[in-house]
Design a binder for this molecule. Structure first.
Ligand code: GBH
Length: 459
């Protein structure tokens, strides 16, 4: 592909991973169990019973992985810190060996000329905190602030870019209402309380990071691009309910200091019991950010649907009377996701339209695709579909920037094939293949393509 998109000077190219998806070493150096250890070890929860026990063994192989990043030429690497390595039970004094691991990783990155970008929470909550109520209870937000203070105290001087939470929608709704993510609960009002406590935890963590004097603070969201299946009032209403849950619940408090006007219509009686929202919370949640992290993969076509109650005893908060319809006439990746690059442009310009000057600069903290990769006879992985996906999405991103959206950086998901949560190791998002039998890493064609794109910006 010769028509490479061209980005302005200073634009940051990066790659991203997350602790539980790559580290392995689940029982080493004092790490405590997280909700994902317990969930993935529960029969029937993950495809093939896969767990993160070994994953990519990054905990031991991080020098090799940093070398891959250096050869790729990225300016920045986004990784996450495993809370249960720092505080095995989610509270109390720091586990020095856990801090030492991230300290070594950060030094290795800096030596390779790569800026570390740290995510404090990419879903691996210490199980001990889940046993006390998890994100359903406000105490977890307070513990998160203490953990943040410990980590920032050790790494603030060497890590310039910080992300408080990754995709809190997944933590709240996949975790406590859909039940497809740890801890696997299917609850109503508690899932809404979890969403709020994640926002509070974010606000408290921002304060700690500011106190530690870090350069840049942000949060990573996964805004959905919801399109009504038809122009009917019913489908447009359904798309607004989907938008409320996936997007407005997060962006309205964080960027506009208000709860979404549509939340009562969306949640009905579940939201009328709002005793988890305390006075002053909005001020805490709406503190200014240096950037908004956006993870983007695919659009969603949404239609009105009847209320469904699988079990009258269970109030499923995500049942907002909408259902996804298949996006017509497009290629699907191995996740079954429709590939529609222009919706990436529309999502970003839509954020700008809604929030205007209150929208901080954006970093795309994840974008990428899982494909049916094969190792060719020559040992290489010719992942042409991934190359096309990345090319088209970077081009769509550039179009949004031309339309006035301030985007400062792009992190490809992911550096490595890794543990794709409930879907296990069968789904491969990496630009580097991992052979899980040997732990051998093989850069795919997409790695070489991305490397060229980055090099073309170096003059
Ligand atoms: C992001 O999640 C995550 O930040 C990252 O960790 C993840 O690897 C990446 O994107 C790719 O998915 O188990 O059948 O219910 C995006 C949200 C959540 C979408 C899990 C796929 C699995 C669907 N992802 N979900 S299922």
């Amino acid at each position: 592909m010769s028509d490479l998109p061209v980005f302005p000077e200073g634009f940051v190219f990066g790659a991203a991973t997350a602790s539980y998806q790559i580290e392995g070493a689940a029982n080493e150096d004092g790490r405590g169990p997280s909700i994902w250890d317990v969930y993935s070890h529960t029969p029937g929860r993950t495809d093939g019973g896969d767990t993160g026990d070994v994953a990519c063994d990054h905990y031991h192989r991080y020098p090799e992985d940093v070398a891959l990043l250096r050869d790729l030429g990225v300016e920045s690497y986004r990784f996450s810190i495993a809370w249960p390595r720092i505080q095995p039970t989610g509270q109390g004094p720091a586990n020095q060996k856990g801090l030492d691991f991230y300290s070594r990783l950060v030094d290795e990155l800096l030596e390779a000329g790569i800026e570390p970008a740290a995510t404090l929470y990419h879903w691996d909550l210490p199980q001990a905190l889940e046993d006390r109520g998890g994100w359903r209870v406000r105490e977890t937000a307070e513990r998160f602030a203490e953990y943040t203070a410990i980590v920032a105290g050790h790494l603030a001087d060497r890590v310039p870019r910080w992300i408080t939470l990754n995709e809190p929608w997944c933590s709240a709704f996949l975790g406590y209402s859909v039940g497809r993510h740890a801890p696997g609960a299917q609850e109503g009002t508690p899932a809404l309380a979890a969403a709020h406590h994640l926002l509070v935890g974010h606000g408290l963590a921002v304060k700690e990071l500011r106190a530690a004097g870090v350069r840049e603070v942000g949060i990573t969201l996964n805004p959905d691009f919801n399109v009504p299946a038809t122009d009917s009032a019913a489908d447009r209403g359904a798309a607004l309910r989907a938008d409320t849950q996936h997007n407005l619940v997060w962006t309205d408090p964080i960027l506009a200091g208000r709860y979404p006007a549509s939340d009562e219509d969306t949640w009905g009686e579940l939201i009328t019991r709002q005793d988890f929202r305390l006075d002053g919370d909005l001020d805490l949640i709406a503190q200014p950010l240096d950037f908004l992290g956006v993870n983007y993969y695919r659009p969603t076509l949404v239609a009105d649907a009847p209320h469904r109650e699988p079990d009258p005893a269970v109030r499923v908060a995500t049942d907002n009377r909408y259902a996804e319809r298949p996006w017509p006439d497009v290629r699907r990746n191995s996740m079954g996701w429709p590939v529609v690059p222009e919706t990436f442009t529309q999502l970003l310009t839509g954020l700008k339209e809604r929030y205007g000057d209150a929208l901080p600069p954006i970093h795309i903290t994840e974008n990428g695709t899982a494909e049916h990769d094969e190792v060719a006879a020559d040992g290489a992985v010719h992942d042409a579909d991934r190359v096309t996906y990345l090319h088209d999405h970077l081009t769509a991103l550039r179009t949004a920037m031309d339309a006035g959206v301030d985007v400062r950086g792009y992190y490809v998901w992911s550096l490595l094939d890794n543990f794709e949560w409930a879907l296990g190791y069968a789904k491969r998002f990496g630009i580097v293949r991992v052979d899980y039998d040997t732990q051998e890493r093989t850069p795919k064609d997409s790695y070489h393509w991305y490397r060229k794109l980055i090099a073309a910006h170096r003059g």
